[in-house]
Write a protein that binds this ligand. Structure first.
Ligand code: PMP
Length: 450
């Protein structure tokens, strides 16, 4: 029962675990876009286990692939050949633009693993140390990567000057880009713009600031790598002004650094128009990291890079016991097939477009809805106290709106620097009826909390 589980969680699990809702839900089954609690109550899952369940909970084809591999072989570590990893590597690489030279894959087990490895690769390749990431960024939870994330509550609260923030990360800097939160950015910009629409051209300032940052913060050896999501996920579905990423990539490369795209949330067709969202920015990264949707919930992640960068890693350095194990490769391979067979990318595009249109109507109707943004099934709804200044709606109100949606059967994510952005990133099997049901529920919740 729920009370017993809550007791065990309190006594035997780390208090650092985030429990999403105040009034807990106990989920014990899932099927496609649906989750079921212990009483059989059905919830529409618009968050997919934090943007991870890409093709649907317990998708029958993925379950079948896992079952078949389950009976054959689980684990050898990559000291012997096994067919699955080779079949899967080839298939995954075929998803990259043919002219990109992104040809070499390393399999690991989580997004943090992947990004840690990307940092290491960039440093090995450039023989430099300094990494720049962007405001609103989230790249993982290892001591390395905490320095790349932008919000202190996403890191551990270690006293500054003493803990890992200082010890591990004096080499890591946050860049200027602030997206929808740039208004209260400590890096002042004199050009105010509606950046969050993603169509704003006012990127000049941000590129200049990035150049400044490289000049002043990495003066000795120069920049090793620039790290960016192509739409910032945890940071609140923040999009970049048009051309910002391509200009930033050009700048970083002109200074001898490499460019890393974190496609952990945005890959595998989720944004609709492209398989990888960096393609929509007209850029080709030197290193791409991926996790979450790659395994539909199974622990699997990867780093893809060029043969030149891979070569500098040498043979001896990379060892990961579970990376590329037969089970995860079987799952990953079937997920790639299902994305094609079930037209997931098209669904992301079509249902995403429909959701954005309907959510924009809510934005026009409700004062609380300050911004609606995103691409495909990667959508953010920013709740505000004041539409003009975009002052965030206070946390309690946001929570009430969001908990009411849950009580009406729709599970939504939450994020952004101020925790006021609702995140809609469902499995890519959602239907138009599901989308309309979600909009109706959100509308009711907004009305009830006026
Ligand atoms: N990169 C991005 C963009 C993410 O959203 C996350 C997780 N939220 C990570 C990396 C880290 O992934 P993991 O939790 O699997 O380590």
């Amino acid at each position: 029962p729920k009370s017993e589980i809550t007791k065990i969680r309190g006594e035997n699990l780390t208090p650092a675990l985030l429990t999403y809702y105040k009034n807990h839900i106990l989920i014990n089954q899932g099927y496609m876009q649906w989750l079921f609690d212990e009483e059989g109550r059905r919830f529409l899952d618009l968050f997919g286990g934090i943007v991870t369940v890409s093709v649907g909970h317990c998708h029958p084809k993925v379950v079948q692939a896992l079952d078949e591999q389950n009976r054959l072989l689980w684990h050898t570590t990559n000291i012997y050949l096994h067919p699955k990893i080779h079949e899967y590597a080839e298939k995954l690489i075929s998803k990259f633009p043919a002219d990109s030279n992104l040809k070499v894959v390393y399999f690991v087990n989580s997004g943090s693993d992947a990004n840690d490895l990307a940092v290491l690769m960039a440093r090995m390749y450039t023989k430099r140390f300094d990494i720049i990431s962007l405001r609103n960024a989230y790249h993982g939870a290892s001591p390395y990567l905490m320095g790349l994330t932008s919000l202190s509550s996403w890191r551990y609260q270690v006293p500054s000057g003493f803990g890992m923030h200082q010890a591990v990360n004096p080499d890591v800097y946050k860049g200027p880009w602030g997206g929808s939160n740039c208004r209260d950015s400590p890096v002042q910009t004199d050009r105010q713009c509606d950046c969050s629409s993603g169509s704003c051209e006012a990127g000049d300032n941000y590129v200049e600031q990035l150049e400044d940052l490289i000049r002043h913060s990495c003066p000795k050896e120069g920049i090793a790598a620039f790290f960016a999501e192509s739409i910032q996920g945890v940071g609140g579905t923040v999009q970049f002004p048009k051309n910002y990423l391509s200009r930033a990539f050009d700048l970083v490369r002109s200074k001898g650094g490499v460019c890393i795209s974190d496609e952990v949330q945005t890959g595998f067709g989720r944004t609709g128009t492209h398989y990888w969202n960096f393609q929509g920015h007209g850029v080709t990264p030197d290193i791409v990291t991926m996790a979450k949707g790659i395994g539909n919930g199974f622990p699997l992640a990867a780093v893809v890079t060029t043969p030149e960068i891979a070569a500098t890693m040498g043979k001896a350095l990379h060892f990961n016991t579970y990376g590329g194990n037969p089970l995860s490769c079987a799952v990953g391979s079937s997920v790639l097939d299902v994305i094609e067979e079930d037209n997931c990318q098209q669904i992301s595009h079509d249902i995403g477009t429909h959701l954005l249109e309907e959510l924009s109507k809510l934005r026009d109707q409700f004062d609380y809805v300050g911004d609606v943004r995103g691409k495909g099934l990667m959508i953010g709804v920013e709740l505000v106290a004041d539409k003009k200044t975009k002052k965030p709606l206070d946390a309690e109100k946001v929570t009430k709106i969001w908990e009411d949606c849950k009580d009406m059967g729709v599970l939504i994510g939450k994020g952004g620097l101020h925790g006021n952005v609702l995140r809609i990133k469902p499995p890519m099997c959602i239907t138009k009826e599901d989308a309309d049901f979600s909009i109706a529920v959100l509308r009711k919740s907004l009305e009830a909390n006026l």
